[in-house]
Design a protein around this ligand. Sequence first.
Ligand code: PRP
Length: 185
Amino acid sequence: MSELYLPEGIGQILASEVQIDKVIHRLSDQISADYRDKEVLLIGILKGAFIFLADLSRHLAIPHAVDFMSLSSYGATATTSGEVRIIMDLRTFIRGKHVIVVEDIVDTGYTLLYLQQLLRARKPASLKTCVLLSKPDRRRVATEIDYLGFEIPDHWVVGYGLDYADRFRTLPYIAVLEPEVYQEG
Ligand code: PRP
């Protein structure tokens, strides 16, 4: 086993590689069972979902394709307006397809709600959501999560796709970021 890399600013580990792996297996088993006779399109939301989508997709036991969207939630701070913009749209037409949106985290819920409304209007055969992390204490709008990895408390978390100013995204675990890091910046 290689040595754990803990850069400065990393606090408590909320989910280790082993714990994440277990959750990936649970979610991929559920999805594979629910879509047994169907073909699925996984839509990963960049950047945060790229590692989660890569791991989830490699454990699915059903035929599936992947595509990506990039969104920005404008002013995603304590004073967030909830305004979401598309930075990069899908390359796939989703009409008549079984779609699963794959997100790293749901915080206020604005991004996922926006996506659900946008994608439903394109008339997929079905639309579900698979989310690795949810912070229920931060929710501003109700959103449906069909497949959920972990519920976590309201801390800034990084690793496994999640960042602070584009740092820490590729850590193999999910950890709390020490407040000094973002209070300094
Ligand atoms: C994060 C995350 C979700 C969104 C959730 O993306 O990946 O898309 O915020 O927040 P919400 O529930 O409050 O809308 P972010 O804007 O940090 O971009 P990134 O994935 O490229 O880091």
